[in-house]
Design a protein around this ligand. Structure first.
Ligand SMILES: [Zn+2]
Length: 321
């Protein structure tokens, strides 16, 4: 238990699982309950699941740390959220959901205050609190996963924009008339540097005459992890493909560096596991394209908290609000 007796629960609404963690005031995870996301995509079933986890974690706290209390519940969700109303407008993980008032629904079944933000913002808050961004005032977190998300922290606070949508770093244009992106635009950073699009680019490349051990894998089954493993094993095409994603990321980073002049740009998300093949190329590319005075002081590094960043950030949200 941290230096004060407050703790909070962070919940991460994912497509497969809904982990909920009890987190102390130092950001340490005391216990996690990992339940499956209810398959029938009914909001009520998900609310029951989350309530159940909250109750279990609260029991654990009361039993093992008498005198300590839960300050609130922080909820992280992917997709388009209305933070003012506390609704999930749409979410890629919860296909049939439209304008679900998740905060009000949870308030109706729980006596704790409920807070919500998108998963990328919460990852930024988590990394800023106790991860790679600790001690910095201004950081930008880029989450590389199936897509590319982002969170911007200015003067120690998350920047949400005028309508709660700021930080969509994956959808800045880096190639004019480039690859079509899921958002409807062409040439977005996500369409070049995300895990999904890196796989697509590799499959396209393999149609040419290149030599690669990736040819042993059925293109239908090829994953970003395969490309990473093959790069580690010395496959030049795999290395080149990841370096290329890094260079595109570097173009995005140069733009962000010039706009924000932050202390640090932190690269997280599942695809950052391949960071050793992505981040150095990103740094070289960003150096060429951005202001020298900014780049000299800018820290560009891998995130520290891994998959826990979002849940720790969600708990932090409930502790500081
Ligand atoms: Zn886009």
């Amino acid at each position: 238990m941290g230096k004060d007796t407050r703790s909070a629960i962070g919940v991460d609404i994912g497509g497969t699982n809904v982990p909920a963690s009890l987190v102390d005031s130092d950001g340490k995870i005391i216990k996690t309950i990992n339940k499956k996301t209810p398959g029938d995509s009914k909001p009520e079933a998900l609310i029951d699941t989350i309530k159940d986890s909250i109750d279990q974690l609260n029991e654990k706290l009361k039993k093992e740390f008498p005198g300590s209390r839960i300050s609130g519940i922080g909820i992280g969700a992917p997709g388009a959220l209305d933070l003012e109303k506390g609704t999930i407008i749409t979410s890629p993980n919860l296909k049939n959901w439209k304008n679900v008032p998740i905060v009000d629904m949870l308030k109706a079944v729980s006596r704790f205050p409920i807070y919500m933000d998108n998963d990328a913002n919460l990852a930024a808050i988590g990394e800023h609190w106790i991860g790679a961004g600790k001690g910095f005032n201004n950081i930008i977190m880029i989450t590389l996963g199936t897509g590319v998300g982002g969170g911007i922290i200015i003067n120690g606070h998350i920047y949400r924009g005028s309508h709660g949508t700021a930080g969509e770093l994956g959808h800045i244009t880096i190639v004019e008339d480039g690859e079509k992106c899921g958002c409807g635009n062409k040439g977005c950073l996500e369409a070049y540097a995300s895990a999904n699009y890196t796989v697509k680019r590799a499959i396209k490349g393999l149609k040419g005459k290149v030599r690669s051990t990736l040819r042993d894998i059925n293109p239908k089954d090829l994953s970003a992890k395969d490309i990473f493993i093959h790069a580690k094993n010395g496959d030049k095409f795999s290395t080149h493909t990841l370096n290329e994603s890094g260079r595109y990321l570097g173009i995005g980073i140069a733009t962000l560096a010039n706009i924000f002049d932050p202390d640090a740009i932190i690269i997280g998300g599942g695809f950052a596991e391949a960071g050793e093949f992505i981040i150095p190329s990103a740094i070289s590319e960003a150096k060429v394209r951005s202001f020298k005075t900014i780049m000299e002081k800018l820290v560009i590094c891998k995130a520290k908290l891994g998959n826990d960043a979002g849940i720790i950030g969600a708990a932090r949200l409930a502790l500081i609000e």
